[in-house]
Ligand binder design. Structure first.
Ligand SMILES: C[S@@+](CC[C@H](N)C(=O)[O-])C[C@H]1O[C@@H](n2cnc3c(N)ncnc32)[C@H](O)[C@@H]1O
Length: 465
C-alpha cells in the first residue's frame, strides 16, 4: 500500500487513546451548519486575512452565515469571537493532547478542533454535543475522515480535563507573537500582559447620551462612567429595543471613543470639521455640544450609515462624501477632529479578528497615512484653532510617535496638555505629555459591570495665533 508519510491518522494519535469515533451518519444534525460555518470563517480569517465583520455582514457577508437562523448566527458569532480571542491558548490546549502536530493538509481539521475547543472551554454549550458535531464534521469531509477517532478522543479528553487544560495554558500569551512583541515594547512586560488579558473580556455596551447620564443610567440599568458615558449592566439582545433608542436620546459608543470630541472644550457656535466621520459617534457628540459640523467621509456605504444615524438622533451636519485630502473649507475652521483610520488594535475586545488579519506592515502603512492626514488637517484650522487627533490603535507608531514628528516639524503647532484634574477617575490614562492613552486594562469592573475600555490615543494640537 502506497501511503504517504505523515498522511495517515496513525501518525497523529491522541496522547491517551480513550474512545472510538462514531460511524458515518448521513443525516445532517442540528447545529452542524453552525459549526461548519464557524470553522470555515475561522479559516478565512486566520489563513486569508479576511475581516470577520465583512463576512458577518447581513447584506454582503458570507452566504452560509447569512442563511442561518438568527439564533444560529448569534451562536456562530459567539464561537468565532471566542475562538479568535483565545486562539493561541486553544491551539496550545489542542497541541498538548496530540502526540505530533497535524499535517499541513489537515488545516481544515485544525479549525474544526479550535471551534470545538472554544465551545468546550469557554462557552455554555453542552460538551457532548460539541464533541459529536466535531466528529461528524470530520467524518463528512473525505480529507478528514481518517482523523475522526482522533477528534473524538482529543475532545473527550478536553471535556474531562477542562480545568487542568485551562490552568496549563494560562501562561500562553493570548495574542499573536508579533503583537505581543509590540505591546511589550510600548508598555513594558507587565502592562502588556494586563492589556492582552483584558482583551479577552467581551466589552460592555456603553452609551453616549444627549443629556442626563444619571437619569438614563437609572432607566437602563447602567452606571455613569468617568467619561459621562452610561455603561449597561450585562445586556443581551438588540439595543434598538431599549428606551430612548427610537427617540434618538443616545447612541452606542465605547467610553474611550467618547473622549476625543470632549477635548475641544466649549463648542457652542464653533465651526468644526470631522474629517473621518462615519459611522458618526463623534460627529453626533460635536453637534450635541453645539458645534456647526461638517462631516467628511470617503466611504459611500459608511456615509449612508452616518446619515441614518444622524437622522435617528434628529441631528444635522453638512455631509461631504469624498477624500479628506480634497476637502478645503471656504474659510479656516475653529477646529478639526481627525479620528483617523488605524489598525484598530485597541478594539480587539469586539473585533478579535484584527490581530489575525493585520500585522506590523499594516501598522507601518497606516502610520504613514495618518501622518499625512494630520499634516493636512492642521492646514484647515485658523490661528488659535485646535486639531484633535485620535485613533483606536494601541500602537505608539500610529499615535504618540507621529504626533511628535508633526509637532517637531511645525513650530507653529503646540500640544495642549490634557489636565488630569479635569478627568477624575481617568488620571492614569493621561500621559506625562498630556495626551490621552486609554487601554482595555483601564476602568476596573465590578460584580455587575464589566471593566475595560477601548484603546485610544487622543492628542490636542493648537495652531499658534
Ligand atoms: C476610525 S473610522 C472613524 C470613526 C468615526 N469618527 C466615529 O466616531 O464614528 C475612520 C473613517 O475614516 C474614513 N476614511 C478613511 N480614509 C479617508 C479619507 N482619505 N477621507 C475621508 N474619510 C476617510 C473611513 O472610511 C472610516 O469611516
Amino acid at each position: 500500500m502506497n501511503e504517504k508519510k505523515n498522511n495517515t491518522s496513525s501518525n497523529f494519535k491522541p496522547k491517551k487513546k480513550t474512545e472510538g469515533a462514531r460511524p458515518d451518519r448521513p443525516a445532517l444534525k442540528p447545529g452542524l451548519e453552525v459549526r461548519a460555518t464557524a470553522a470555515k470563517l475561522l479559516a478565512a480569517v486566520v489563513e486569508r486575512k479576511i475581516s470577520l465583520d465583512g463576512m458577518l455582514d447581513l447584506t454582503h457577508g458570507n452566504p452560509a452565515y447569512k442563511a442561518l437562523s438568527d439564533a444560529d448566527r448569534a451562536l456562530t458569532r459567539a464561537i468565532l469571537t471566542t475562538a479568535l480571542r483565545h486562539l493561541p491558548r486553544l491551539e496550545a490546549a489542542i497541541a498538548s493532547l496530540i502526540d505530533s502536530p497535524l499535517p499541513e493538509g489537515a488545516r481544515a481539521l485544525h479549525h474544526v478542533l479550535v471551534v470545538a475547543a472554544a465551545q468546550i472551554l469557554h462557552l455554555d454549550v453542552p460538551s457532548h454535543a460539541v464533541v459529536d458535531l466535531a466528529v461528524e464534521q470530520a467524518n463528512r469531509d473525505p480529507r478528514n475522515r481518517r482523523f475522526a477517532k482522533l477528534v473524538n478522543a482529543v475532545l473527550r479528553r478536553l471535556v474531562r480535563e477542562k480545568d487542568e487544560v485551562l490552568a496549563a495554558t494560562a501562561a500562553v500569551s493570548p495574542v499573536p507573537a508579533w503583537y505581543s512583541k509590540r505591546l511589550t515594547a510600548a508598555y513594558g512586560v507587565d502592562e502588556a500582559a494586563r492589556i492582552a488579558e483584558a482583551q479577552l473580556v467581551p466589552p460592555a455596551i456603553d452609551l453616549t447620551v444627549k443629556s442626563d447620564p444619571q437619569g438614563w443610567a437609572e432607566k437602563l440599568d447602567g452606571k455613569v462612567l468617568p467619561t459621562g458615558s452610561v455603561r449597561l449592566a450585562a445586556f443581551e439582545g438588540a439595543v434598538s429595543g431599549l428606551e430612548g433608542y427610537g427617540e434618538g436620546e443616545w447612541w452606542v459608543q465605547d467610553a474611550a471613543a467618547s473622549i476625543p470630541a470632549k477635548l475641544f472644550g466649549d463648542l457652542k457656535g464653533k465651526r468644526i470639521a470631522d474629517l473621518c466621520a462615519a459611522p458618526g459617534g463623534k460627529t453626533a457628540q460635536l453637534i450635541a455640544a453645539g458645534a456647526e459640523v461638517t462631516a467628511v467621509e470617503q466611504s459611500p456605504n459608511r456615509l449612508a450609515r452616518l446619515k441614518e444615524n444622524l437622522a435617528r438622533l434628529g441631528m444635522q451636519a453638512e455631509l461631504i462624501g469624498g477624500d479628506l485630502f480634497n476637502y478645503k473649507p471656504d474659510t479656516l475652521l475653529d477646529g478639526v477632529l481627525l479620528d483617523a483610520p488605524c489598525s484598530s488594535t485597541g478594539t480587539t475586545r469586539r473585533h478579535p479578528d484584527v490581530l489575525w488579519t493585520k500585522g506590523p506592515e499594516d501598522i507601518g502603512k497606516l502610520a504613514v497615512l495618518q501622518e499625512r492626514m494630520l499634516r493636512h488637517a492642521v492646514t484647515l484650522v485658523k490661528p488659535g484653532g485646535v486639531v484633535v487627533f485620535s485613533n483606536c490603535s494601541l500602537d505608539p507608531a500610529e499615535g504618540e510617535d507621529l504626533v511628535e514628528r508633526v509637532l517637531a516639524d511645525n513650530p507653529h503647532l503646540q500640544r495642549v496638555p490634557v489636565e488630569a484634574k479635569d478627568w477624575p477617575g481617568l488620571e492614569t490614562a493621561i500621559t506625562k505629555l498630556g495626551e490621552f492613552r486609554t487601554t482595555p486594562a483601564m476602568l476596573p469592573g465590578d460584580e455587575r459591570f464589566a471593566g475595560g475600555m477601548d484603546g485610544f490615543l487622543a492628542s490636542v494640537i493648537r495652531v499658534a495665533s
